[in-house]
Design a protein around this ligand. Sequence first.
Ligand code: ATP
Ligand code: MG
Length: 411
Amino acid sequence: LPNLMLQALPVLEALVQQGFEAFFVGGCVRDTAMGLPIKDVDIATSARPEQVMSIFPRCIPTGLQHGTVTVLHDGESYEVTTFRTESEYEKHRRPLQVEFIDRLDGDLLRRDLTINAMAMNAAGELYDPFRGLDDLKKRMIRCVGDADARFQEDALRMLRTVRFASQFEFAIAHSTWRAVIKHRELLRHIAMERVQAELDRMIGGAHPGRALHLLAACKLLDYTGTVLPAAHKLAQGYTLYSGLDKLADPDTRYAALLMAEGITIPDAEETLKALRLPTQKMNAILSVLSIQTAMKQWNGKSDLRLVWTSLILQYGEEASRRWLSIAAWDRKHNLHDQTELLDKWLNGMPAMTLKQLKLNGKQLAEGLQRVPGTWTGQLLKQLLLEVALDKLPNEKELLLKQAQIWNAEDR
Ligand code: ATP
Ligand code: MG
């Protein structure tokens, strides 16, 4: 057993000691069987939530109606969930009713995929009624039981199917894939936030290209509740760029995908909004696209360093570095051959923000003997650009002197 599970053993054993059944379930069992590191440990038990709470002094009633109690033990937290079945799903998304049961089998039966429906006891023995281990060995994603029924119950499972297939580079069983195609329009019942969370994990995951390939093939994204104006572009970006995994973070990958077909900023914004991306994430991506809009217009004549430096000051270092990594990675980018130079300029910039400027607004106003106003900020920005371009040293006296010259010219 991996360390995290060994650490959780006392929790399992405490339940067993009180006469209950208790097993490790879900992702931790799957990942252990694959020899992968595990992220968190989930436990399933025959004990009812109030019984779990009476055994462990430190716990949080996370989702009592679903049977989940978070148990705190030795600095870690574990989700302990009572064996349950689900029945009568509401609008293809969540069970109207859960019923607590005494046996593990029924609990595994409600799970989505065979590889996610394995359990392990405290001795490390596998309990695997749906042959998840066989599917792991075959590198196969397959629904537990009848795929049609599974997707009709909860349409999110279709996206999870694609997510796991891409995450592990597994194939999808025929019957499961056919059921995805058959029931894909049920995805409209799923809240966009949940769709987005899955998409995020696919795009941010180890094999985003495979995820996008599968999404384009089954067209799942065409059936989300909200129309995604650029869903096609998102999903088809992979055909242009196979090495998306070379880009560091999900936001850079989103930007690259949206850039792939020259999407406009308003279209991109509409898509990201429809996807319910958090505002901060959306703005981060749009900044990269704004840089792209300006940079792709460079015709070889204008002063590239001036254009680039101004964009860095406007959109910040993070967005600039993201854009640069895309241009460096995309061999067809009009500025691909310039990226080393752009990188050098970026790394050599003595200041990127007004804060880094060795002269502030108050000092500037005093130095020019003027009342501070909107002009202060404008002049500071002008000074910052000179410094960023390495045309003016970032020294208080010299900055003030330059400001005085401009000020005199203006009058
Ligand atoms: P990850 O590494 O992505 O966390 P995981 O298998 O732990 O993988 P979770 O979403 O944390 O995935 O869910 C834990 C377990 O709960 C799954 O392994 C699966 O057995 C079950 N499960 C989760 N979501 C669903 C669902 N929509 N339908 C059926 N079973 C589900
Ligand atoms: Mg998990």
